[in-house]
Design a protein around this ligand. Sequence first.
Ligand code: PBG
Length: 329
Amino acid sequence: MSTYPNLRMRRGRSAPWIREMLAENRLHPSDLILPMFVCEGSGCEEPVESLRGVSRWSVDRLAERAQEAARLGIPCIALFPNTPPALRSESGEEALNADNLICRAIRAVKNAVPEIGVLTDVALDPYTSHGHDGLVDAKGRIINDDTLEVLTAQALVQAAAGADIVAPSDMMDGRVGAIRAALESEGHFDVSIMAYAAKYASAFYGPFRDAVGSRGLLKGDKRAYQMNPANGMEAVREVELDLAEGADMVMVKPGLPYLDVLARVKDEFGVPTFAYQVSGEYAMIEAAAAAGVGERDALILETLLAFKRAGATGVLTYHALDAARLIGT
Ligand code: PBG
């Protein structure tokens, strides 16, 4: 093994051209998935206070935003509805309404920007009056198997509206298999499943819950179904199960605090593996930049590149538009 002075590692860092030439990983706009929030009304943009720079858009204004993402080379957007309070219920029936906000949003985007992929969340939290992802029994427990039936119906409604990827984020056992079987039997052969396979019960989801309007509603926490942040091996088991049940791609969520999990999953299975840089992570970067502790653009690009280095196929990030613009310059 060659050592100093025969080997000087700094030679490879001595000028921009050689740093570029030796880069092991690169960020590209096609690595990015942009999550977007949708609200009722027309002509509306509602800024989400805890997510500086992120807004909810009414369906009629969503397509122009999706168009912008497509123009920047972003291949896919993830849509999340802010369901009006009057339509939320104990069992979240609105999730199954073929003309609900998310379905109208899917149709509007697919109609106006057919070249961009549309991913939708399968979980009941934007539709339930208690803010949980599943059905709740009298003792406040989340009922697994009955929830599967609702989630399956929800996935079918989204697929029928034109969703390209359905992404179960609920963490019920068996949901990927149930959804896959239903998609097959209804002829949705080309609809992919991106499983939120290793989704942790995290303190980083707060601003997202503001955006979909579930923070104030949530009774208790989600620790009886989302994973314990203490566990890494368990993520491998979760991913293995979701793949066996028919997931095309898997996700690890949150992002940066779970890079070890991401790397482990990618090394173990070698399947398309996505990271979700979640709302609290976005908010932390924005807060750091606003406080003058870091340079915003650099923080954005460095964190996103870290996902690539850890093995991510792509990243869901609220910074997707900014990142794509920065990469392009
Ligand atoms: C809902 C869902 C959540 C997120 C994505 N889908 C929140 C939760 O599980 O409570 C979080 C995303 C983010 O924080 O950006 N099942």
